[in-house]
Design a binder for this molecule. Structure first.
Ligand code: ZN
Length: 433
């Protein structure tokens, strides 16, 4: 089976490329086709917006998408940057076409080849074979059913972890353990009601996974919350010895955080440093950054409806911060509505990803919080003014569906990939596509 993958820009935020692309095969020559006709053969090519190609000292103005094929089946785009990878190498054929705001790049390759790149980028090859197989099924199923439809982009999926699953090309050598995970589960996908499931996954769920509808919007209408998905329900990752508080409460999060020394006796994903985090932010620093973060969210068409100012206030009038409070939590304790009390009234921010972004703070080294499974300790000075905030949290990522570090914990405890997948995707079954 072949798949089309949209290659995003260097920030992984969109499919438009506005700069000049440098494309070269890793060995041999590159052939450029427009339709069925060969435009040229060359060692490398530069492609500029407007679909102007320069190769071997000659200039070509293409009027339709150009497909590049490499002699060795692999090529590099030296103008493309991917975090942690010196120079991504891609397998397959590359289609470049003109868009209103630059160029678009789509890679055509086999599903297995795509999965090799996804697994290499998404999970360390040193993980247990059963965890790798679980990830392989998630990756294969996701390719068949991405969260956001990419039909209008003329691709099946994109390569960004901000939208789909991370695909950063192919390394020089494929790790045999990744190859084995893909081959030993060949053709297997997860289905519910005979259709591929939405196989969401994250890095570390911090002791409990979360319901789909508490973290994501409807991919078509944008409505939040969307209709629940029966197989994407939060599940416990352990027996929580000595827990007195209700699961999902703020006290539950404090219990997980303070008992992290118990390791996997506490829960399956509590072996990783990503299990918990902590930040201390001064009131001055909060005042300096938080209202900018809020304004940034209000500037964005997608996030603006989820930032609710106090009556009579709005842009440019934020007020002095007095207190933070989580008004609504999901089944795992994830914050889905945050209140920020100021002297001008109460601001509210909804949705876990936006709540994570609200706390972006260069002084505290926060780009965005690792997760929204957070609880606060607030410090006040003698005058009763906020002096500082401690944010403690669990996990890394949205925590919906399969979690990689929990899968590793469960595999080490003796579960096979089928048991692991039925733990994370309730009622889903494995089928051959
Ligand atoms: Zn995507």
């Amino acid at each position: 089976m072949l798949i089309w993958v949209g290659l995003t820009n260097n920030e992984l935020t969109g499919l438009n490329h506005t700069g000049v692309l440098h494309i070269a095969p890793t060995r041999g020559q590159l052939r450029a086709f427009q339709g069925d006709s060969l435009l040229f053969t060359a060692d490398s090519v530069k492609v500029s917006p407007g679909l102007v190609l320069v190769a071997a000292g000659k200039r070509y103005q293409a009027s339709a998408p150009v497909v590049f094929k490499s002699d060795c089946g692999r090529f590099q785009i030296s103008s493309l940057r991917r975090a942690g990878i010196a120079q991504p190498v891609y397998e397959g054929n590359l289609r470049v076409h003109s868009a209103s705001r630059g160029l678009r790049l789509s890679l055509e390759l086999s599903l297995d080849s795509y999965m090799q790149g996804v697994l290499a980028a998404e999970m360390p090859a040193s993980y247990h074979a059963e965890a790798l197989k679980g990830q392989a099924l998630c990756a294969r199923t996701y390719a068949l059913r991405p969260r956001l439809p990419h039909d209008q982009d003329l691709v099946n999926v994109c390569d960004s972890y901000l939208c789909c699953q991370y695909f950063a090309g192919h390394g020089a050598n494929l790790d045999p353990r990744i190859k084995a995970a893909i081959e030993s589960t060949a053709g297997q996908v997860l289905v519910y009601d005979e259709k591929p499931i939405l196989a969401l996954f994250s890095s570390n769920a911090g002791g409990h996974t979360e319901n789909y509808e508490n973290c994501f919007s409807d991919p078509v209408t944008g409505a939040f919350p969307p209709s629940p998905l029966p197989y994407l329900k939060g599940v416990p990752e352990g027996n929580y010895p000595g827990l007195k508080a209700p699961v999902g409460s703020e006290q539950f999060l404090a219990y997980l955080y303070s008992n992290s020394g118990l390791g996997t006796k506490l829960c399956a994903d509590n072996w990783s440093p990503k299990f918990h985090f902590h930040h201390r932010i001064t009131a001055d620093s909060l005042e300096a950054h938080l209202h900018h973060n809020i304004e940034k969210l209000m500037d964005d068409r997608e996030s603006a409806p989820y930032v609710i100012p106090p009556a009579g206030s709005g842009r440019g009038r934020f007020g002095h911060i007095k207190r933070f409070q989580v008004l609504k939590r999901g089944v795992s304790g994830v914050a889905i509505e945050l209140a920020i009390e100021t002297n001008l009234g109460q601001w509210r921010v909804q949705k876990e990803l936006l709540i994570r972004k609200v706390f972006a703070n260069p002084d505290a080294g926060i780009k965005r919080l690792n997760s929204a499974r957070i609880f606060f300790q607030q410090k006040y000075d003698k005058l009763g003014l906020l002096a500082g905030l401690d944010v403690s949290g669990l996990g890394f990522g949205h925590g919906v569906g399969f979690q990689q570090q929990g899968a590793q914990g469960l595999a080490l405890a003796g579960m096979n990939y089928k048991q692991i997948l039925s733990h994370y995707f309730l009622g889903a079954r494995i089928a051959q596509y």
